[in-house]
Structures are given as structure tokens and as C-alpha cells.
Design a protein around this ligand. Structure first.
Ligand code: ADP
Ligand code: TRP
Length: 321
């Protein structure tokens, strides 16, 4: 099965990205034909600082590799290194109904958050559809927030196939319902753009400060609390063993859950989970030439597939004369 997903290098990757997408992708490495890429063209819709975008791209690559992605067992590249995606975006955008794109809430959400409205931001879902269709992906693992974008990709594949004959695989979303949305420090969706994240690779005092900043209510320790309404509980669930979670559940419903202690426990769990990967990340970042070489090799592999699809598309629509 061909599994594909991308991530924006628009800020430090966080545990929402990890559980929503990165972990699932890495788990597919042994059994599937895996495509993982860093979507720098998408990030251009919100990052205006060239140095930040370039560094963010290398950092995101180091993050994936440090977390265990093996570039020899998958295709791992940077989106803009395969320019064919831009041509396919154009072709798809000539088919994309305005209404379909206008219905996408992520555009409105991003504008509401202060991102400058641009044509690129508006047509973001078409570029994402091109990402997916260019490689003929069967399945796309993403967090729940990307579900609508996947529907756009499916709609455009079906529309193209109906208009020009069978060309694209119609991709399936793969959304783990239990991991659907990781809450941030404030209980909203954890997101780089909300400033409410726990970055995967943060450490020491800085990390402790973030964990301590997880918002909790003012119920006294001894009183019962509803675990389902607690942000800290939901985050702990991602890290603690099922047995420990059962104990913690008991403390919530019967009284005795002390938020401060639980936060320190969470801090230990974070350090246990990501400690080794932090060291690996530093090793990768200390050798940017090697990182670039890994990405260049990945782009070569990806491009070999991309040109085949684009060639077919060109002939289907009449761009070959
Ligand atoms: P962000 O909102 O932080 O900018 P992205 O939009 O770059 O994150 O998302 C990258 C991937 O991580 C996507 O597959 C997305 O669905 C997933 N993801 C992002 N935030 C979360 C979250 N809080 N919970 C679960 N998955 C998430
Ligand atoms: N839009 C996705 C996000 O913000 C990133 C993305 C771009 C993507 N192209 C993709 C995800 C293709 C999956 C497949 O998270």
C-alpha cells in the first residue's frame, strides 16, 4: 500500500504532530511503500522570514530522522525539490470548483488568526491535492484537522478521472480516532500557530515551564474531578502506561489527583520518551551537508515517480501536441 503524508516546516514540531502524524508514518515504514515529505511550499503561505523557512525545513528533516525514520526504507524529501507538483497544482486548479475551495474552513481559520489572506493561502488545498495525487497515494495519515483537505483531494481525483479518463488513485484518509486531536496547554487544538505547544525536542527548564503551564481547573486535590474535561489528563494518556492511567483515573474520580505532581510525572515521561531522539537530532543538525544529501537522494526517488504521473496528466488534458 502506498502511504503518503507531509508536514509544514513552519515552527517547532510538537507532540500533536507526533501523535497525529509522525508516529503513524514511522510505523508504516517496514510494511508499506512510504512517502514522507516536508511541505515548504505550503509553509510559504505563512512564513515570511527566508532564514526561518530554510532552517525550519532542515530541522523538520532532522526531527523525522531522529525519531526513527529511515530514508533507505521510504521516500523522504522536500516538496519544492520536485517542481512537477506546481504544474499539477495548476492543472487541478483549472478543475477545482470555487465553491469547493471556498468551503474549506482552514483558510478562514488562518485568516482569523492573522495570517495574511493570499491567493496561495486560499488555494492551499489544491497544492495539497497535487501532493497526494502526483504520487498516486492510497492512504494519507493525518490528524482530524486535515480531513476536509483530503476530501478536496478525493473530489479533484474523481472529477479529473470523470473528465479525462482513469488517471488518479482516489486516496483514503487514515485518521486515528483515538488520537484525533491532541489538546494544547490551553485546551484548544495543539498547534504551532496557537503558541500552546509542547515541542517534541524541547528540554530542561524550558520544557518544565511548558508542562507546568498546562491549564487545569481550581478544584482542590481531595475533590473528585472529571478526567474527560481535563487537559492534563488527556495529555498524560498519550504517555503513561494503561495500568498507570487506570490509577490516575481513580485519583480523578475519587479525589486525590494533585495537578502539580502529575505534571512532574508527565515531565519525566516526556524525557523518557524523547531523550534519546534529542541526542540524535543534535547529531543530524551538526552535519547539514549530510542532511541535504539525504534529502537530495529522496527528491530524486520522488521525482522519478512524479514525472510518470505528470506525463500521463499532460497527455490526458492535451498539453502534449
Ligand atoms: P500545526 O497546526 O501545528 O501547524 P500542521 O498543520 O503542520 O500542525 O500539522 C501537521 C500534521 O500534524 C497534520 O497531519 C496534522 O493533522 C497533525 N496535527 C497537528 N496538530 C495536531 C494535534 N493537535 N493533534 C493531532 N494531530 C495534529
Ligand atoms: N496541509 C497539511 C498540514 O498542514 C500538510 C500537507 C501538505 C499534507 N501536503 C500534504 C499532508 C499531503 C498530507 C498529504 O498538516
Amino acid at each position: 500500500m502506498k502511504i503518503l503524508s507531509g508536514i509544514q516546516p513552519s515552527g517547532q514540531l510538537h507532540i500533536g504532530n507526533y501523535f497525529g502524524m509522525m508516529q503513524t508514518m514511522i510505523a508504516h515504514m517496514e510494511s508499506d511503500d512510504l512517502y514522507v515529505f516536508i511541505v515548504d511550499l505550503h509553509a510559504l503561505t505563512s512564513v515570511r522570514d527566508p532564514a526561518r523557512l530554510a532552517t525550519g525545513t532542515l530541522e523538520a528533516a532532522a526531527d523525522f530522522l531522529a525519531l526513527g525514520l529511515d530514508p533507505d526504507k521510504c521516500t523522504f524529501w522536500v516538496q519544492s525539490d520536485v517542481p512537477e507538483v506546481c504544474e499539477l497544482t495548476w492543472v487541478l486548479s483549472t478543475l477545482a470548483p470555487m465553491g469547493l475551495i471556498e468551503r474549506c474552513h482552514s483558510y478562514k481559520d488562518k485568516v482569523a488568526k492573522g495570517i495574511v489572506p493570499s491567493h496561495g493561502l486560499f488555494s492551499y488545498p489544491v497544492l495539497m491535492a497535487a501532493d497526494i495525487l502526483l504520487y498516486q497515494a492510497d492512504q494519507v495519515p493525518v490528524g482530524k484537522d486535515q480531513k476536509q483537505h483530503l476530501e478536496v483531494a478525493r473530489d479533484l481525483a474523481i472529477k479529473f478521472n470523470n473528465q479525462y479518463g482513469d488517471t488518479f488513485v482516489v486516496p483514503e484518509p487514515s485518521i486515528s480516532e483515538t488520537m484525533a486531536i491532541v489538546p494544547g496547554l490551553d485546551g484548544q487544538k495543539m498547534s504551532k500557530s496557537y503558541g500552546n505547544t509542547i515541542p517534541i525536542f524541547m528540554e530542561g527548564k524550558e520544557l518544565k515551564k511548558r508542562v507546568m503551564a498546562i491549564e487545569t481547573d481550581a478544584t482542590p486535590v481531595d475533590e473528585p474531578k472529571d478526567p474527560e474535561k481535563c487537559n492534563l489528563y488527556k495529555i498524560m494518556q498519550l504517555f503513561a502506561s494503561p495500568a498507570r492511567m487506570q490509577e490516575i483515573h481513580g485519583l480523578y474520580v475519587n479525589g486525590g489527583a494533585a495537578y502539580g505532581y502529575l505534571k512532574l510525572e508527565l515531565l519525566d515521561l516526556l524525557n523518557d520518551k524523547f531523550g534519546q531522539a534529542r541526542e540524535k537530532k543534535q547529531q543530524y543538525l551538526s552535519d547539514p551537508a549530510m542532511l541535504r544529501e539525504i534529502l537530495a537522494k529522496g527528491a530524486e526517488k520522488a521525482r522519478a515517480k512524479a514525472v510518470v504521473t505528470l506525463d500521463l496528466v499532460r497527455s490526458r488534458v492535451g498539453l502534449k501536441y
